[in-house]
Design a protein around this ligand. Structure first.
Ligand SMILES: C[S@@+](CC[C@H](N)C(=O)[O-])C[C@H]1O[C@@H](n2cnc3c(N)ncnc32)[C@H](O)[C@@H]1O
Length: 429
């Protein structure tokens, strides 16, 4: 495998549109997104990202003729839509200008918005009252669809900012009691800051996208059932450019908990009630959550060295079966000269690395594709610890010699292309 210091060195400092509108787990760094587009997405190509997350890879493909994103997490749908919304900077400026008087005058809400079903408190009482007033005020404005998307994404980021969730990392950990008592954020000020960021970005970058963008809230496992594919009518695609989850969402990334916290407030905005979801429902709709019925063609041992009897074996296998189903569907959505570019990493599950790069290459190879290149790059933007204790809080084992394991420190770009046009025709015949 080739090692690269940083394939996008010359792009450092440049950003994709509205890149920092909202934190999101495992975002592809801007410079990597832009360098992959420079290399693999010709102008006027059609691009599919079946795990679009915050939409960075699609946002980097500014000159594509068609960008299609799919994600099962409603928060990802919202963020990607917001990035492509053609909001008028004047309209956003007017919303910001109305905030100060609204903060003074807006009435006390009759009822509070927020996560009633949660056992622990994620907001102080004054914060939830102010968030409720903000929602009431925003719902009284006559916003265009594009403005609403931008405002909803900015509000979602604000919700996270003013919650008791610790700032570092994406997993939902609460501030300790002493920090909670001292934490007195002003939701209005935070929202103003978030909207001002959006305004500056819009004024600087304008709407610089060519072509069309479609974002689907859905499950990419559906790609494997062609007649039910949510995006078949937009294909075949020239390029699949994506960064899949590196493990299932319950035991590794946990997209659900933090996303549903933000959505519990945002879904009270007019027109966004369909985004209301529990953390559990988001996690189980992610790969490995609930499996469609497929016999694995692979031996788990080739990609993960844990024991077959380990409690993790079944979940790793489920995750890979789901992942394989998506790859199967992607092959049918790619044009005969199409390429698939995957940004993956070797996340540790149960103390053992899952070789997702090798699994990805094998999934495509057995379906008529060739590995064009595989390149590893350091994860320079990582904010999480370099070492973790794989026995967590298990006091009997956490001091053992094998307890400390390094976390992911690199990501791998896997590029696959069809072996031959003939092979593609045979498959689609
Ligand atoms: C690594 S993240 C993508 C990050 C994205 N490239 C970015 O830069 O923000 C993986 C995404 O896959 C989504 N996902 C997981 N399972 C899915 C499924 N079955 N169908 C569609 N999306 C799924 C998750 O919700 C998550 O947003």
């Amino acid at each position: 495998m080739r090692r690269s210091s940083d394939p996008g060195d010359s792009l450092v400092g440049l950003g994709t549109r509205l890149s920092r509108i909202h934190p999101y787990p495992a975002m592809v760094p801007d410079e990597l997104a832009m360098s992959l587009v420079n290399k693999f997405v010709p102008p006027d190509a059609s691009v599919l990202d079946p795990f679009c997350g915050s939409g960075r890879l699609l946002a980097a493909a500014t000159e594509a003729s068609l960008r299609v994103g799919i994600d099962t997490n409603p928060l990802a749908w919202l963020l990607t839509q917001a990035k492509f919304a053609k909001a008028d900077p004047q309209g956003v400026r007017a919303i910001i200008a109305e905030m100060a008087p609204a903060k003074l005058r807006s009435p006390k809400p009759g009822s509070l918005v927020g996560p009633t079903e949660r056992k622990v408190q994620w907001f102080s009482k004054p914060v939830i009252e102010e968030l409720s007033r903000i929602v009431l005020w925003l719902n009284s404005l006559d916003l265009s669809k594009n403005e609403s998307l931008l405002v909803a994404a900015a509000l979602s980021a604000t919700v996270r900012d003013v919650s008791f969730a610790r700032e570092q990392g994406w997993k939902l950990h609460r501030l300790d009691a002493a920090s909670r008592r001292k934490f007195r954020p002003c939701p209005w000020d935070r929202l103003e800051k978030r909207l001002t960021y959006c305004l500056n970005e819009l004024s600087k970058q304008g709407s610089r996208f060519g072509g069309r963008t479609v974002v689907k809230l859905g499950d990419s496992r559906g790609l494997a059932r062609c007649e039910k594919s949510p995006v078949a009518k937009y294909g075949p695609f020239d390029v699949v450019l994506t960064s899949p989850p590196y493990g299932d969402s319950r035991s590794t990334v946990q997209y659900g908990a933090a996303s549903s916290l933000c959505l519990s407030i945002v879904s009270h905005l007019k027109g966004f009630d369909h985004l209301r979801s529990t953390g559990g429902s988001i996690d189980s709709s992610c790969l490995g959550g609930t499996t469609i019925d497929r016999e694995p063609w692979f031996s788990l041992k080739s990609y993960w060295s844990g024991s077959d009897h380990s409690p993790h074996a079944a979940s790793v296998s489920k995750f890979l079966c789901d992942y394989d189903a998506v790859c199967d569907g992607l092959v049918d959505h790619l044009s005969p000269t199409g390429k698939a570019i995957f940004v993956v990493a070797r996340r540790s599950t149960g103390g053992y690395r899952l070789k997702l790069d090798e699994f990805t290459a094998d999934c495509f190879s057995r379906r008529g594709f060739t590995l064009l290149s595989k390149e590893e790059r350091p994860l320079s933007h990582k904010r999480t610890p370099r070492l973790i204790n794989r026995f967590g809080r298990d006091a009997t084992r956490q001091n053992s010699a094998s307890a400390l394991v390094p976390t992911m420190n690199s990501e791998i770009v896997v590029v696959m292309a069809r072996t031959s046009v003939r092979g593609a025709k045979r498959r689609s015949a």
